[in-house]
Ligand binder design. Structure first.
Ligand code: GCU
Length: 676
């Protein structure tokens, strides 16, 4: 329950003795609340890894071992060249390594700000936990993305929208008087990954969070998180001027509304001087917004941006909008609404775009807004909570999905651009960059419901820091930090993680099938759903009929494909050229269409579903084989959940194949387990 910060005892004798020496003399060159936080972490890690309390000396004596501080604080002991290269690491970067001063070598961890030192310390502790600490080596790192943010979909009554790990960890009822120690563990875990922003409340927002009483509560959290480098954001309900301000309108151009937001924002900063800003869901799924007054998203976002700008705050405006009334294909809605507004948003607005255009499906092609709005800050929204991926019952490691999206080529704004490059600013040239993830955290003892889902929180933070990291590197780090460093355990458990996402795609929605889950709760199969709106009623998303299956989004269909760069349109319009993983996302094809394997589409669908089931059974076997390497409690927890997952994978396979067979009217391929 200590997450990846469990700090298991160091076994290697040489490393133990080196660390024992280092832990005997920490010296901070300055003072900062962040250094107090670092001291606590060093105390905890020293006790757990070495059984030794660290010594913090107050004078820079020759017997000090580890030097910590900012570039400025250490300027007298650093060469000019060292200082210049440190400066280049930016606000949150750090350097760690040996420094020789007056004939003696010290180990130093230096940042440009105290939070950089904190990141350096966590990185150092990680190197110890993952067996890669080398006291003679220098290491630098800095985040590629400015805002690395968790979005909690937590309601004020402590329920969590799409939360599967208990209730909200924010105990609004007892705040501001009672400070749950869990808040600090939460901050530590985030800071260890470099997560530096958190939106506390649901995007389907309650205006009460902006009342004075709630601001006082939010202030307590902001004060606690500050030394960890974490800024607090809140969700703003667009109609708040009417609900808590007594106004008759929320029209963004109305002077009284402008004044309401200006005063509200000022009040917010009087409680939280470094308040991050507002996250807004507007004119989406029934949420209020500027459209009610004939205004567009830019006019809505700019209203809040202008109120926040004098204080340095940011508006994060979500691009998740759809309505079946505007277009026959919801896929196109965001681009139709937002692309014409490129260049119209203030500099302190970020448009937060989900990774795909539908809604966090197990696999989606990247959202066509990435690369399509060169004059706008465009940020990424991933979903860490597994709304459509087996929730907290199934083991699905999400990093391969995020990696796939980040590595996708957008061909815009430059021919070599990728989603990752648009998001981290390297292709877009933007500085105000954002990677957000919808949190999977709750009051469950293990934080995330499924123990293995801790890896998704971890992976999210690592990818937000560096979108170029591979899911394998991240999986291995997490396994070592969570289960220890046994090589067999490492390869088996990280193998399970890495295979798990493709397994889920196979047994849920292979070959580009999507949105065929149970209606409303989104759990389990439901390709037959009747959900009360045309786009929530079968066969809307799969379009299965006697001739074939798949959603035609090419020029002959909805032409959602036409919203991508010409290079993509050209390649993906052709069912022979499009990557097969996206086939039925964009094409409606006959059941006997031949795939690269030489098999028919119908047979291939069957094989994919069946392969998904077999992968889960393989995960069960692998897990059984590491039983003696994991403590019984954690082993049994995952074992039971894998057993449910295996049953549910069969449920998905059988239900979907039997349903689709009513259209295809063909036998199942002989080599699969026959669904009944
Ligand atoms: C999904 C999810 C909703 C959520 C919405 C959003 O549709 O099911 O619960 O509110 O996404 O991202 O706003």
């Amino acid at each position: 329950y200590g997450l990846w910060l469990d700090y298991s005892p160091v076994q290697n004798t040489q490393l133990r003795s080196d660390l024992s020496r280092l832990y005997s003399g920490f010296y901070f060159f300055g003072k900062s609340p962040t250094y107090e936080v670092i001291q606590k972490e060093l105390t905890l890690s020293g006790e757990k890894m070495l059984g030794q309390s660290p010594v913090f000396t107050t004078e820079r004596l020759a017997q000090t071992q580890v030097w910590l501080g900012t570039r400025e604080e250490l300027s007298q002991v650093l060469s000019l060249q060292q200082q210049t290269s440190l400066r280049a690491l930016g606000e949150d970067g750090f350097w760690r390594g040996p420094i020789t001063f007056q004939g003696k070598t010290y180990y130093a961890i230096i940042g440009n700000r105290p939070v950089g030192v904190l990141y350096g310390v966590f990185d150092w502790l990680k190197s110890i936990q993952t067996d890669s600490f080398d006291k003679t080596a220098e290491k630098t790192d800095s985040p590629k993305v400015r805002l690395r943010m968790l979005n909690h979909w937590d309601n004020l009554d402590r329920t969590v929208e799409r939360g599967y790990a208990g209730f909200s960890i924010w105990d609004w009822h007892k705040l501001p008087g009672y400070v749950d120690p869990r808040y600090l563990d939460y901050a530590r875990a985030n800071a260890s990954l470099g997560i530096n922003a958190v939106s506390l409340t649901n995007v389907n927002a309650n205006a009460r969070i902006l009342t004075t009483d709630f601001m006082k509560k939010a202030k307590v959290l902001a004060d606690l998180f500050r030394p960890y480098g974490i800024k607090v954001f809140l969700t703003a309900r667009f109609s708040a001027p009417m609900e808590i301000g007594g106004l008759k309108t929320a029209d963004p151009l109305d002077p009284a509304v402008i004044d309401f937001w200006k005063k509200k924002t000022e009040e917010m900063y009087s409680f939280i001087p470094d308040f991050g800003g507002f996250l807004v869901k507007a004119n989406s799924e029934g949420q209020p917004g500027p459209h009610e007054y004939g205004r567009n998203h830019a006019e809505g976002a700019n209203l809040l941006a202008d109120a926040l700008a004098p204080h340095g705050g940011v508006v994060i405006w979500r691009a998740f909008v759809y309505s079946h009334e505007l277009d026959e294909d919801r896929h196109k809605h965001a681009n139709l609404e937002f692309e014409p507004l490129d260049g119209k948003f203030r500099d302190n607005v970020i448009l937060q775009v989900k990774n795909g255009a539908i809604d966090f499906m197990p696999r989606e092609p990247f959202h066509p807004l990435f690369g399509a709005m060169p004059q706008t800050n465009v940020g990424m929204e991933f979903q860490i909570t597994q709304e459509y991926l087996g929730q907290a019952t199934q083991l699905v490691y999400l990093a391969p999905m995020w990696e796939e999206v980040l590595q996708s080529k957008t061909y815009r704004p430059t021919p070599s651009s990728t989603v990752g490059g648009v998001v981290d600013g390297s292709d877009s040239g933007k500085k105000l960059t954002l990677v957000a993830g919808v949190s999977n955290i709750g009051t469950d003892r293990n934080w995330t419901g499924h123990l293995m889902a801790q890896s998704n929180w971890y992976a999210f933070g690592r990818l937000a820091w560096d979108p170029d990291l591979t899911s394998q590197t991240i999986a291995e780090e997490w396994v070592k930090m969570t289960f220890g460093r046994d090589p067999e355990l490492l390869s088996k458990v990280s193998g399970m993680l890495l295979d798990s996402r493709e397994a889920a795609v196979n047994y849920m929605m292979p070959l580009g099938l999507h949105h065929i889950m149970g209606w409303d709760h989104h759990y389990g199969p439901g390709p037959w759903v009747t959900g009360g709106r045309p786009d929530w009623t079968a066969p809307y998303y799969h379009q299965a009929d006697s001739l074939g299956i798949g959603f035609d989004r090419t020029a002959s269909g909805s032409d959602a494909l036409g919203q991508y760069a010409p290079e993509i349109v050209q390649a993906w319009s052709d069912p022979q050229q499009i990557p097969e993983k996206y086939l039925l996302w964009f094409h409606h094809l006959p059941w006997d269409f031949k795939l690269q394997s030489g098999r028919t589409l119908w047979d291939e669908i069957g094989l994919h579903y069946d392969a998904g089931v077999k992968s889960v059974r393989q995960m069960q076997e692998t897990w059984t084989s590491v039983q003696d390497k994991i403590d019984p409690e954690r082993h049994e927890h995952v074992r039971q959940l894998l057993a449910i997952q295996a049953e549910e994978a069969e449920w998905w396979r059988n239900a979907c194949l039997l349903y689709f067979q009513t259209f295809a009217k063909r036998p199942f391929p002989a080599e699969i387990e026959q669904p009944t």
